[in-house]
Design a protein around this ligand. Structure first.
Ligand SMILES: [Zn+2]
Length: 282
């Protein structure tokens, strides 16, 4: 599913067109994706101006001049694209937002989602943090405030394993299954190590690599495993740069040991047994 880098890539691309654009109308061709779509969305956003486009974790947030924020989640298979106005709809195009860009050009933002696990909703901007999808999110994976003291405080009293901690959106949001494996490989930490057993150096190295892996992936336009596309129609090129994820039975690029897969909490986790053997001190 799209994780922080894919969502950030999408956000950066659509921002070029959406910022300061006027929303002419929003058309929804389904009544529900993962959840029901509030039918008021059409009338609430007509003729509003887009003031700001943000992201937290895997959510894109679009602030408009009527003091509301549109909340978009790409789900498992969703992607966004920008098209000329009145372009012919293709299969799984569920939501189309027609806009007039600041240049006067008319374009549209299209939300395509084959598996329909995505979501679109809205809330008052001032109360956004109370929205059911946003209120429990932890710190964003690329936030500058994500530092040692913050993470150490959380990890100190927890006995969960680090792989699960990285996936827990209430601690750090935006990291999913692909990047969790990659970050742990870069950090030379075994995914089953319990977070309260991580030493200061390990936490600092982990923080460094969260930033390195997510930033590098953003620069590559994200990772395409199956459906994900950048809004310009290209795939994400970080797949070619993955060091462990999806590389079961292949040689580690660093030490030539064979990468293996283990399931943690029913999620595939890829590991180099030699690079990440510092581990199971429980
Ligand atoms: Zn290795």
């Amino acid at each position: 599913m799209p994780e922080l880098p894919e969502v950030e890539t999408s956000k950066r691309h659509i921002k070029q067109y959406l910022l300061n654009a006027k929303i002419l109308n929003i058309k929804s061709f389904v009544s529900k994706l993962r959840w029901e779509i509030n039918p008021d969305i059409k009338k609430i956003f007509n003729n509003t101006v887009i003031l700001k486009i943000d992201r937290i974790g895997k959510y894109i947030l679009i602030n408009t001049s009527n003091k509301n924020t549109l909340i978009l989640h790409l789900g498992m298979s969703g992607y966004l694209r920008i098209n000329e106005a009145n372009v012919k709809k293709i299969k799984h195009d569920h939501i189309i937002m027609n806009i007039e860009c600041i240049t006067g050009e008319k374009k549209c933002l299209i939300f395509n989602d084959q598996r329909r696990f995505g979501h679109i909703d809205f809330h008052y901007t001032s109360l956004l943090k109370k929205h059911f999808l946003i209120k429990n999110l932890g710190i964003d994976g690329l936030s500058k405030s994500l530092k040692y003291d913050f993470l150490n405080k959380i990890f100190l009293n927890k006995t969960i394993v680090i792989k699960n901690a990285l996936l827990d959106q209430k601690i750090i949001c935006g990291i999913g299954n692909i990047y969790a494996s990659e970050i742990l490989f870069y950090s030379k930490i075994h995914p089953l190590k319990r977070v309260n057993n991580l030493c200061k150096n390990e936490i600092n190295f982990l923080l460094f690599n969260i930033n390195v892996v997510l930033s590098k992936a953003v620069l590559s336009g994200g990772t395409t495993i199956k459906d994900y596309k950048q809004p310009n129609g290209k795939i994400g090129y970080f797949k070619q740069k993955l060091k462990v994820y999806g590389r079961e039975k292949l040689k580690c690029y660093d030490c030539s040991s064979i990468i293996f897969k283990l399931n943690i909490n029913k999620r595939a986790t890829y590991i180099c047994p030699d690079c990440q053997k510092n581990k199971l001190v429980n």
